[in-house]
Design a protein around this ligand. Structure first.
Ligand code: ZN
Length: 411
């Protein structure tokens, strides 16, 4: 689209530049203009020339560099204030220079430059679907997802909550619902506890379902690149089950069938209507339970999102402190024992204990330094977290797989 919009006697707003932008709460924040388009009522006019439109006929897509991209939005020109300096360009240039300095090897340099290009490309992506209808919920989306072009726009997109097929019109969904024979995800039910159920789905056996799941979850995950090649992954989908045995999708996590790095989770998401109910921690606890049954330890794939980081830190803290309490505050508990009992990798345990100020470095060694009072003080502050109950998990690791062989490799 047009990169420069100039009009007589009105302020100039350029795509690619940074301005102060007013938020609805009255605060101002600096934002980068990523795209421009005519206002909705003008969009269907044929032969509309963007150049000839006034600022008041346009809206601008803004990314706020100091905030998460889920706050990116279309704003009208009255909310765009003064232009700020070109600090972003400067920062980007400096990053490029650093990449050149730090790396003498040509290949490394190319990798870094490619990564920067990709970062830039990600930042300049405009959210294509604004709102979806999933089951009884209407959900505002957070990020771009590569649905086919014809699904983009201001209209809502409709998703069957059982097979995850996506549709443009409500009428189509109604017709589909009459035909759709699914009441639950495909795959094997591996967990069932009053009102909750989890399914293990092999990306190879249920390709379309898993691809649809990836597209759907991308609307709420920023750094996800997997959409179509789902074969190497297993998907664990959590559902709330109603009185008529209909399974309503709550969230899921995915996992590589074989991970060189012992990652026990690739992506994790709780859909927005079900957030803040503890389901994220529940999903994590299942991922660690599977890891324990495989006889190994694991860690989530990096990098974690901003929300992912907070969530994991709080899960690890909760599990480790409860372990101390259950084990009657055994100072002698070794890092390896804790890792074995929880499935959490020692490096994650170490970083958690560091954050709690419960680790000291003494005579060249990490020493756990905790008191009963400190553990209790922390636990009192924490909300009770609902974890999976291993008694309801019917999953066993497949025999004789490479994953089982890999268990000899310590976490
Ligand atoms: Zn369906």
């Amino acid at each position: 689209m047009q990169s420069q919009i100039k009009r007589k006697s009105e302020k100039i707003i350029n795509v690619g530049e940074r301005y102060m932008v007013s938020w609805k709460n009255g605060h101002q924040h600096s934002g980068d203009i990523i795209d421009v388009r005519p206002l909705k009522h003008l969009r269907d006019i044929a032969d509309l020339e963007l150049d000839k439109l006034q600022n008041t006929d346009l809206e601008f897509y803004v990314h706020y560099p100091t905030f998460d991209r889920r706050l990116d939005e279309w704003v009208t020109s009255d909310r765009i204030e003064s232009k700020t300096d070109g600090s972003e360009d400067i920062k980007r240039k400096r990053k490029m220079d650093d990449a050149n300095l730090e790396s003498n090897k040509k290949d490394d340099k190319e990798v870094v430059l490619l990564a920067l290009e990709k970062e830039h490309e990600e930042i300049t992506k405009v959210k294509n679907i604004q709102c979806i209808v999933l089951g009884r919920y209407e959900i505002e989306t957070w990020y771009f997802s590569p649905y086919p072009e014809e699904y983009s726009g201001d209209e809502k997109m409709y998703v069957c909550e059982y097979c995850l097929k996506y549709m443009k019109r409500h009428k189509t969904l109604i017709g589909h619902s009459l035909k759709c024979s699914m009441k639950s995800p495909p795959g094997k039910e591996i967990y069932k506890e009053n009102g909750l159920s989890m399914f293990e789905i092999d990306g190879k056996d249920n390709k379309i379902y898993c691809q649809n799941l990836c597209l759907l979850s991308k609307l709420f995950l920023d750094h996800k690149t997997l959409y179509y090649d789902v074969d190497p992954f297993l998907f664990y989908v959590l559902c709330e089950v109603d009185g008529d045995e209909f399974h309503h999708i709550v969230g899921y996590f995915s996992k590589e069938k074989q991970s060189q790095e012992n990652y026990n989770l690739a992506c994790i998401l709780t859909f927005p209507p079900y957030q803040r109910k503890g389901y994220g921690k529940f999903l994590m606890s299942v991922s660690y339970e599977l890891t324990k049954r495989e006889g190994t330890t694991g860690s989530p794939e990096k990098p974690l999102s901003d929300l992912g980081k907070i969530s994991y830190r709080s899960y690890w803290t909760y599990v480790i402190l409860n372990l101390f309490q259950a084990k009657n505050f055994l100072q002698t508990t070794s890092m390896q024992d804790m890792s074995r009992l929880t499935g959490i990798k020692t490096e994650d345990i170490l970083s958690t204990l560091h954050s709690l100020n419960m680790i000291k470095y003494w005579k060249g060694q990490h020493v756990i330094s905790i008191s009963k009072a400190a553990v209790e003080a922390h636990l009192v502050q924490m909300k009770r977290i609902r974890l999976c109950d291993p008694d309801f998990l019917t999953w066993q690791p497949p025999a004789n797989t490479d994953r089982m062989k890999a268990k000899a490799v310590p976490g």
